[in-house]
Ligand binder design. Structure first.
Ligand SMILES: N[C@@H](CCC(=O)N[C@@H](CS)C(=O)NCC(=O)O)C(=O)O
Length: 418
């Protein structure tokens, strides 16, 4: 099971190098917003890692098994386990479909992270996603896997209860723009001749709005999440973050334009804890991905809209529900952000120095950021704390390193220190 994996992947230089030069924006600088994400009410200074660990007991609880096949290329023993093989940057929308379905069902599983862009471990072949069932059998194709999950785990939330769900899943293909370049970083955004026209996106969103009316919403199949939401979510998520960057004011989640879509986005965040707490990416990360040159945009990153006061949508979430079932998570997003730092401090320190943070500032800065995330008053910022917070904000990739809600706490802290 891999509900959280994180900062060691800051070492993924291939990814990070590709991101160099991308701007890092903060979406709100107010300390009270960090507070709203939930923080400790008894401020005190953390003077040591041991002190921080004492305040963050979840940071000492073992996490579900996660194998990064780039950092550990030797074949592990996976016998008897349910295993999800997913793309390691969090970019592959098909991996996300399966990840979301497994999380929504509350399954326990091992994760193997797979590199689709560089060196593949010799024992891993084929596309992402794949699962290995406890019997040892491997299976690919995201939708086949989502369907099979119901059969393999009949006591869990049924995601594919009837043929109507199949129709809703299939409607995706006839709704999203045709003749687009296949790409995990720029899915359904660019045609073979350049960017997809605004009117084409609007048509897609209009059709989606209509489809969402079929069962009364807020989800595709009605009041409860189904395989249709798992199938559509990765693409609608990227559209929400990226369309406003391509076409000024084109906001798929705008309830005044697409009320059912607006309600769908809200329900996914608020009613599917695994989505907002772990699987969903954040706007900063999707902006950086969109700014990269890649196959999806024929090597020509688009000009991005710089200012849109109404973008992004405010993040609501269901952290407490998600964390309540998982003792390795802290009770609030801000505390979880601190716990990520505590757990991964050695890897972070090395990477921060490689990124230009002064050696003399790194350890103190990391401890100060972690401590500040636990306080309910604005931090007294030292230069080391500001330097480390800025580094974290810049390097953080969601959902690769952590979920959207803890990441938001880090970004807001960094922003308040600027
Ligand atoms: N139809 C497949 C599509 C999977 C897919 O295209 N995966 C891409 C990443 S998003 C991949 O594995 N690319 C690497 C490769 O083909 O070797 C599914 O739904 O699972």
């Amino acid at each position: 099971m891999s509900r959280l994996h994180c900062f060691p992947k800051f070492f993924r230089l291939a990814v990070v190098v590709a991101w160099a030069g991308a701007t890092s924006s903060c979406f709100c600088g107010c300390w009270h917003l960090v507070q709203q994400l939930g923080v400790c009410r008894t401020p005190r200074c953390a003077s040591s890692w041991a002190d921080l660990e004492e305040r963050l007991p979840s940071s000492l609880v073992p996490e579900p098994r996660l194998i990064d096949s780039v950092l550990k290329p030797e074949k592990p023993n996976l016998e008897g386990h349910l295993v999800l093989f997913r793309e390691r940057n969090g970019w592959c929308p098909y991996s996300e479909r399966v990840w979301l379905a497994m999380e929504a069902k509350g399954l326990e599983y091992t994760t193997v992270l797979v590199d689709n862009y560089g060196s593949r471990a010799a024992w891993i072949g084929g596309q992402t996603p794949q699962v290995q069932w406890p019997s040892g059998k491997r299976q690919g194709e995201s939708l086949d896997i989502v369907k099979a999950l119901d059969e393999e785990f009949p006591d869990t939330l049924a995601l594919w209860p009837d043929k109507e769900v199949t129709e809703l899943v299939n409607a995706f293909r006839s709704t999203f723009p045709k003749q687009t370049r296949p790409s995990s970083r720029a899915a359904f955004l660019f045609s073979w001749n350049g960017p997809v026209f605004r009117s084409e996106f609007e048509k897609t969103l209009d059709k989606t709005e209509e489809l969402l009316g079929k069962h009364g919403g807020p989800f595709f199949h009605g009041k409860q999440i189904s395989a249709a939401d798992c199938a559509w979510a990765p693409f609608l998520e990227r559209y929400a973050a990226q369309l406003p960057l391509l076409h000024s004011g084109l906001r798929p989640y705008d309830p005044s334009r697409w009320p059912r879509l607006g309600a769908w986005y809200e329900a996914m965040d608020a009613e599917v804890p695994a989505y907002s707490a772990r699987v969903r990416g954040d706007e900063d990360s999707w902006r950086k991905v969109l700014a990269q040159a890649g196959y999806g945009n024929a090597g020509v990153p688009p000009d991005l809209v710089e200012e849109d006061a109404e973008h992004p949508q405010p993040a609501v979430g269901a952290w407490a529900t998600y964390a309540a079932q998982r003792p390795f998570l802290a009770p609030t997003p801000a505390e979880e952000a601190a716990a990520r730092i505590v757990r991964n401090r050695e890897a972070l320190a090395k990477d921060a120095m490689a990124q230009g943070v002064q050696q003399s500032e790194v350890d103190e800065g990391l401890r100060a950021v972690a401590a500040a995330l636990l306080e309910d008053s604005p931090p007294d910022a030292s230069s080391s704390m500001a330097a480390v917070a800025a580094y974290l904000d810049d390097r953080l990739c969601v959902p690769r390193d952590m979920g959207l809600l803890p990441a938001k706490a880090i970004r807001q802290l960094a922003c308040s220190l600027k």
